[in-house]
Design a protein around this ligand. Structure first.
Ligand code: SF4
Length: 451
């Protein structure tokens, strides 16, 4: 199930060939037998009359679709990609993978594009939404993955939620958070909005830091300032697990008076006393876990914020055991896998850069194909190149770029760029225009299903 980033597992109960019930799977690692209303009841797509069950082809964009066999469709797609590359050059094609696919599917798409098409023009939505997580955590920890699984929340004593709205965006995980909060864990919310978790039946945040948009780094630095200047650093952890010289440099920086809560209050809008209290709770409240979302990563200072979060966890020793850690809340169920599997135009699987000779040689030997040492086009670059006329064909798996990419602005069927007054184009095709619903909320977080 992939309506959102939780990735719940279900058992589909069947009557013959017909799905009659979706039952949350008890052994599902993300949901442990729970589900939200979407997963439980919104499975009508399985038998929806508009569902496409067979491959379809057409010669021109103005032609109606024609159902065909898999043999014809696959053969035609393959020969068309070859023809287009022969006619317009190898770099005239590319592809997009999806964070809703499995690791295996994603790996195969990027392999098809790199080894089959011979280009690195492969990208994924995950690069857009959580690149700062990838870069920030790799810089801080050496690996770009979040540090915990969802089960870890059951041992958290303090949760700090930054730029995320779990009840809307990750409902089943929010329920697990609330369960732990009802058991006595404390909550700190860092968000311009008064999200549901600030106060909802049976739970209330211990602290809500309603920062002004754009001040994530300042607030995190002020939290670090309190931890360093009030002697709340976990020195044993830092001595044993961190680079001491780097830590000393960081500690001296955050301890500067200009980073104190009192000095930054004028910019961040967060009352100094409230911020100090939140910092003390995070550092001394037991197992403390940070959960953050697109309100962190979709800001221009996203990578710096992720590194600031990682630094906070390291300084307080909140890493390396259940109940703690740095936990990015992703927009789709396999954002992590999409990144791991080599979906980026500049990296093969395992975050190995395409310019690295040893990496390329290994893949070239395994795949029996040459790999370009140059990074390929990103999604916006592909669309720009298409508009310029140099990019001619794209292989898309599990993505809807028309509803998710700002630059996609013409009708899928008739190519009209005339703005429709309704959701229907003048060519009578519904939902074929770009949507603008991806505008950021006040904290920069997108809607629950966006990445
Ligand atoms: S929480 Fe997310 S993945 Fe789980 S059922 Fe709801 S929408 Fe689907």
């Amino acid at each position: 199930m992939s309506y959102c980033g939780v990735g719940c597992s279900f058992k589909a109960e069947m009557r013959g060939e017909e799905v009659v019930r979706m039952v949350p799977y008890k052994d599902g690692k993300a949901n442990r037998g729970h589900s939200c209303v979407k997963g439980r009841f919104a499975w009508g797509y399985a038998t929806h009359k508009e569902r496409i069950l067979n491959p379809m082809v057409r010669d021109k964009i103005t032609d109606p679709w024609r159902e065909t066999t898999w043999e014809e469709a696959i053969g035609r797609v393959a020969s068309e990609f070859k023809r287009i590359q022969y006619q317009y050059g190898r770099e005239a094609v590319g592809g997009i993978t999806s964070s809703r696919c499995t690791n295996e599917e994603t790996f195969l798409v990027q392999k098809l594009i790199r080894a089959g098409f011979g280009v690195n023009n492969v990208d994924t939505c995950a690069r857009v939404c959580h690149s700062p997580t990838g870069y920030g955590l790799k810089t801080a920890f050496g690996t770009s993955a979040g540090t915990q699984d969802f089960d870890s929340v059951e041992q958290a004593d303090v949760m700090m939620v930054i730029g995320a709205n779990p009840t809307d965006g990750h409902p089943v995980f929010a329920s697990r958070m609330k369960k732990r909060l009802r058991q006595g864990a404390k909550l700190i919310v860092v968000d311009p909005r008064r999200i549901d978790m600030v106060r909802t039946p049976h739970i209330a945040a211990a602290h809500h830091l309603p920062l002004l948009p754009g001040t994530n780094v300042a607030v995190l630095t002020a939290l670090a300032h309190v931890i360093v200047t009030e002697g709340l650093v976990n020195e044993t952890f830092v001595r044993e697990r961190c680079e001491m010289d780097d830590f000393m440099e960081w500690a001296a920086f955050v301890a500067e008076p200009r980073h104190s809560p009192e000095a930054t209050e004028q910019y961040t809008g967060v009352p100094a006393a409230e911020l100090r209290a939140a910092a003390r709770l995070y550092a001394t409240g037991g197992n403390a876990a940070i959960y953050y979302g697109l309100g962190v990563t979709e800001h221009s200072q996203g990578s710096t914020t992720v590194m600031a979060i990682a630094n906070l966890a390291m300084a307080t020793g909140n890493l390396g055991r259940p109940g703690v850690g740095v936990n990015p809340l992703r927009g789709q169920n396999n954002v992590q896998g999409a990144c791991d599997m080599g979906s980026f135009p500049h990296e093969l699987s395992g975050y190995r850069h395409v310019s690295d000779d040893a990496t390329r040689t290994m893949f070239e030997t395994l795949w029996g194909a040459k790999i370009s040492p140059e990074p390929g086009l990103r999604i916006p670059n592909m669309l720009d190149a298409a508009v310029e006329g140099t990019f001619k064909a794209i292989y898309i798996q599990g993505e809807d770029i028309l509803s998710r990419r700002w630059n996609a602005s013409s009708c899928t069927t008739c190519s009209s760029t005339r703005r429709p007054t309704t959701r229907m184009c003048s060519c009578r095709v519904r939902h074929s225009w770009k949507r603008t619903a991806r505008s950021p909320t006040p904290s920069g977080a997108s809607s629950s299903s966006a990445v």
